[in-house]
Design a protein around this ligand. Structure first.
Ligand code: ME8
Length: 504
């Protein structure tokens, strides 16, 4: 079979509207999906996103608005879908954990694991963090606050069902050691391995009694319990793309996923619970999990519950969708935290987009208008190579340079942009060095033609390369280049004057 690429994002909780952090993961996933579609062909790429709709947090958010959980989630899902459309997120499938295809699948998984003896009943005494939807044992906490988010915990004491996570710890440790690129970036790989070396896994409580939480998938063998939201949600990655046969073997055209893209806040669930769940089901682990960093506002993480969120719609309205996408992917090396500010967007927009890329396109098209009445001249490849050997070499090397940093195991969006901008800047310098107005004056028509053709080639290859990052901009460049005759439009990115934005 030809290579395929299956990429997923987390399923976002629908308790509040998405913010910049959520848009970041989806923009990164979109960029990779678009890139891989170019490499492997449309039909060999599958990009899955969706929403996580069960659990206490959602039930409480619905109650607070006086809506049923179903009404509330139906309403909130639209907010996500509208945002993804606005940001040009080209997902192939959007899964809601409340859909029948998912709930039936989760029921089946529970039955398989119960039959196998990997799920058992016991009394649960411990603590629960509602915002994180996470259980904590007495030994894991020091005060009565969540070790992750530091918010108060709730005491729970009830009969529940447990998944035998502990039984598979050795397997997982070995697996991780044998697959050094399974968890990326490297720092997260080391963090997970260290955690496993220092801690003994406890079994995972995977149920909640209906009387405390009704908004969830009932356990098939104990309908008075619903499934713990994380156990339910992780399964989306396989429920969306395959099914079990009568012998309980899982089949899918897409599995194993090539990449689960997540934020570092949900690494434990993805790098520990998830591979173990799959292994217990006799299903291969995903090929890679990449946990990116956080967008911060000042010193703290941007988060719904902290209330310091910035709206992606507002930012796209203000600066344009593509400038926003570019900023997120370019400004921070993927994996590290970044501080969000409008000043930082304006800086990128003015320098990389307006000055470098925008100017290159605009100047070139203006010269084609001026010197060749809007018709793109043609010259053979030798003349171009002779006119600008360095640039022509850079053009030939660009796609392999991008490939070497953008695909597994690097996923380095920022470096990929660096290579593209290196070409853009070389071309801008070429214009300054060549001084085309002199060629025109001296009537060196052949040189002038070759000069323009080199620039047009740069612009075409740049449009093609920036397409995964800025699809609308790429399209606009191609459109402006037209066929034989160009169709020059307005500059791609008008500069933003800081003084007019109230930012200076
Ligand atoms: O955790 N910076 O959903 P969630 C960067 N439903 N990324 C951020 C971010 C920030 N400040 N804040 C959020 C859940 N994100 C579960 C997932 S998966 C089966 C279930 C992004 O709505 C980042 O991708 O809290 C993070 O992992 C995710 O949103 C958490 O979204």
């Amino acid at each position: 079979m030809k290579d395929k690429f299956y990429i997923t994002t987390p399923l976002y909780y629908v308790n509040a509207s998405p913010h910049i952090g959520h848009s970041y993961t989806n923009i990164a996933a979109d960029c990779l999906a678009r890139y891989m579609r170019k490499v492997l062909g449309e039909e060999n790429v599958w990009f899955l996103t969706g929403t996580d709709e069960h659990g206490q947090k959602i039930q409480r958010a619905a109650e607070a608005e006086g809506l049923s959980a179903q009404e509330f989630t139906d309403k909130m899902v639209l907010v996500f879908k509208i945002l993804w459309r606005r940001l040009n997120i080209s997902y192939n499938d959007f899964i809601r954990t409340t859909e029948k295809r998912h709930t039936t699948f989760v029921g089946k998984v529970l039955e398989i694991l119960y039959k196998k003896g990997d799920i058992y009943q016991a009394k649960y005494e411990g603590w629960y963090c509602v915002p994180c939807e996470t259980f904590w044992t007495e030994t894991q906490i020091t005060e009565q606050v969540c070790p992750d988010c530091k918010r108060p915990l709730e005491r729970v004491s009830e009969t529940n069902y447990f998944f035998k996570l502990s039984q598979y710890q050795d397997w997982l440790q070995d697996y991780i050691k044998q697959h050094p690129d399974f968890i990326r970036p490297k720092t997260r790989y080391e963090e997970v391995l260290k955690f496993l070396e220092l801690n003994k896994l406890t079994d995972l409580c995977i149920s909640r009694p209906q009387e405390r939480l009704s908004w969830g998938i009932p356990l098939p063998f104990s309908p008075q319990h619903v499934t713990y939201v994380w156990f339910d949600a992780l399964l989306n990655y396989i429920s969306a793309v395959g099914e079990f046969d009568a012998q309980d073997n899982y089949h899918s055209r897409w599995w194993p996923a090539d990449l689960h893209l997540i934020g570092k806040d949900i690494l434990r669930q993805h790098a520990i619970y998830w591979p173990i769940m799959l292994h217990a089901l006799n299903i291969e682990p995903p090929k890679a999990i990449f946990a990116h960093g956080w967008w911060m506002i000042g010193e703290s993480k941007m988060s719904k519950s902290k209330g310091n969120v910035v709206s992606p719609i507002e930012m796209s309205d203000k600066f344009g969708v593509d400038a926003y996408r570019y900023f997120l992917l370019r400004d921070v090396p993927f994996g590290l935290d970044g501080t969000f500010s409008e000043e930082a967007i304006v800086k990128r927009l003015n320098s990389d987009l307006a000055n470098d890329l925008g100017n290159l396109v605009y100047r070139t098209l203006t010269m084609i208008e001026k010197y060749f009445a809007g018709m793109i001249p043609t010259v053979d490849i030798e003349r171009k190579n002779k006119a600008a050997p360095d640039i022509m070499l850079k053009i030939r090397q660009l796609s392999s340079r991008i490939a070497s940093v953008l695909v597994h195991p690097e996923y380095n969006f920022s470096f990929a942009c660096d290579s593209i901008w290196e070409l853009i800047n070389t071309a801008n310098k070429y214009i300054e060095d060549t001084k085309p107005w002199n060629l025109q004056r001296e009537n060196k028509v052949e040189e002038l033609k070759a000069f323009i053709c080199v620039l047009v080639e740069v612009i075409r290859v740049v449009a093609d390369s920036v397409w995964p990052f800025m699809p609308a901009t790429a399209q606009s460049i191609i459109q402006q280049l037209g066929g034989e005759k160009i169709q020059k439009g307005r500059p791609l990115f008008p500069r933003i004057d800081m003084r007019n934005t109230g930012l200076s």
